[in-house]
Ligand binder design. Structure first.
Ligand code: CMP
Length: 194
């Protein structure tokens, strides 16, 4: 594969769509000389989102343990908040909050192509937790959500976008959301491809 052909997958999440940030996010990707080769707004089904997020025990437990740590750190009793202090049980609840959040409004999905597309898009987006994301990143400029607030309100952290973490995850997510024969649009970007 030519280095310019690395691809990643990005989804504008419900809060990104409802805050009117679709254009801003696209702008930041394009101004970095990355190329959008597929783009669609759609309303996902609950099942589609359910299969998008991992279901394995380790992933669910990690989600539970992060939430448990947040409750402990900020002095909230998990029993009072969610009726259990078991990592797996809490993880399942958080996963449920995540599915509710992700199906609460339309999403915008896209395939982005270019040099180091996976890493550069993650830099543009910023780290998972908006409250600690640097200014200059999408999350750091347009959100201040944090797990302490989200977990207290029994909902997922709203962080505007999803972006694949690795090239392998990108391949998987592109195939999952756009199909095996993904209808990508080939074209030459001025100053990038010629
Ligand atoms: P993302 O990294 O795209 O995929 C997992 C999502 O779970 C993450 O974005 C957040 O929306 C959400 N999330 C991660 N950690 C927590 C947490 N501790 N509490 C609530 N939601 C979380």
């Amino acid at each position: 594969m030519h280095p310019k052909e690395e691809r990643t997958y990005l989804m504008v999440k419900p809060d990104g769509v409802r805050k009117g940030l679709i254009g801003e996010i696209i702008k930041r990707i394009e101004q970095r000389d990355l190329k959008i080769v597929a783009l669609e707004m759609f309303k996902p089904t609950y099942d589609q989102i359910d299969s998008h997020y991992p279901k394995d025990e380790a992933w669910v437990k990690r989600l539970g343990s992060k939430t448990l740590n947040t409750y402990n750190k900020y002095g909230f009793d998990p029993m009072t908040e969610v009726g259990t202090s078991d990592e797996m049980e809490i993880g399942k609840k958080v996963r449920g909050w995540l599915l509710d959040y992700m199906t609460s409004a339309p999403l915008v999905k896209m395939i982005i192509q270019g040099i180091h597309a996976v890493d550069v898009v993650r830099k543009i987006v910023g780290p998972t937790m908006p409250a600690t994301a640097e200014m200059g990143t999408v999350r750091g400029d347009f959100s201040i959500d944090s797990p302490v607030l989200a977990n207290k309100e029994k909902r997922a952290v709203m962080n505007l976008v999803h972006a694949s973490e690795t090239p392998e995850e990108a391949l998987h997510e592109i195939e999952y959301w756009f199909g095996k024969t993904s209808a990508v649009c080939e074209y030459k970007r001025f100053g990038v491809d010629e």
